[in-house]
Design a protein around this ligand. Structure first.
Ligand SMILES: Cc1cc2nc3c(=O)[nH]c(=O)nc-3n(C[C@H](O)[C@H](O)[C@H](O)COP(=O)(O)OP(=O)(O)OC[C@H]3O[C@@H](n4cnc5c(N)ncnc54)[C@H](O)[C@@H]3O)c2cc1C
Length: 236
């Protein structure tokens, strides 16, 4: 069977998971090329900062992808070194509806979301005193500081190679010098936020969001999410 030479741009969760899944087919020879690698911390590289739960997004277009992610999540949830599985409560405050944060979470905090049949144990909760509605489903919490190197080690075991490269244009990833076969059949773009700047992609739907991760030593029997940031001063 003819081999296919593939370049994946990006070493975030998207790029590394793509490379790992593709590497299960021995027909593919894969290079992952990126400006940042696990171990780097930069505002252009989101995955080392992602801190929290497996989370569904607004669009229904992701239904099929989320189904697959759901299966991947169940598989990786078996690796306790970097995951914990727990019920996740989402509390929605009515005053957040129409704000940037409320809109961003509108599907996640809906009492009738499109993903309710995909995630496990989805149901509506009695309304808590600090919210206007609340839901619960099973989720996993992934420690990306451990998970990203684990993905790299799994890829290396399957002969995926890594290159540190910054591309100005998406076609630069198809240059013969990027792949040991000196020929590239397919480029998969997993450049995350920086897809907004990558030549010929220039995805104007990508925009940055500010976040802060605080690590707390704690015992908890559930994961909590509450909408809203506009409680003080200059927050939108
Ligand atoms: C503080 C914070 C908390 C978060 N919490 C959660 C959460 O709880 N749950 C959740 O689901 N999501 C969360 N997110 C969002 C999540 O982190 C991102 O959606 C996810 O990590 C994006 O992964 P990615 O692989 O698409 O992109 P990234 O991780 O950003 O990776 C992009 C890769 O592409 C490379 N690249 C980009 N442009 C180029 C170029 N031109 N040339 C070469 N390489 C390039 C980069 O170097 C990098 O390797 C959070 C984000 C932040 C910042």
């Amino acid at each position: 069977m003819a081999e296919k030479n593939i370049v994946v741009i990006g070493t975030g969760v998207s790029g590394l998971t793509t490379a790992l899944l593709l590497s299960q087919d021995p027909q593919y020879r894969i290079v992952v090329a990126a400006k940042h690698m696990p171990g780097d911390y930069d505002k252009e590289y989101a995955s080392p900062w992602a801190a929290y739960r497996y989370e569904a997004v607004k669009s229904q277009n992701g239904r099929e992808a989320l189904g697959k992610c759901s299966r991947i999540s169940s598989e990786i949830a078996l690796v306790p070194a970097f995951t914990s599985k727990a019920n996740c409560e989402i509390h929605q405050r009515a005053k957040d509806v129409g704000t940037p944060s409320g809109d961003g979470y509108s599907e996640l905090s809906s009492v009738d979301p499109w993903f309710k049949t995909i995630v496990l144990n989805f149901h509506q909760l009695d309304t808590p005193s600090d919210a206007d509605s609340a839901t619960l489903c099973m989720s996993v919490c992934i420690n990306t500081a451990i998970y990203l190197p684990w993905l790299v080690s799994q890829c290396l075991e399957r002969k995926v190679t890594f290159k540190r490269k910054q591309f100005k244009h998406v076609r630069d990833a198809a240059a013969p010098s990027i792949h040991p076969a000196e020929k590239v059949d397919l480029v998969v773009n997993c450049s995350g936020l920086m897809a907004s700047k990558l030549g010929a992609v220039e995805d104007d739907k990508m925009y940055p969001a500010r976040g802060q991760v605080v690590l707390v030593r704690n015992e908890s029997d559930k994961i909590m999410g509450v909408t809203g940031t506009h409680d003080s001063g200059d927050e939108p």
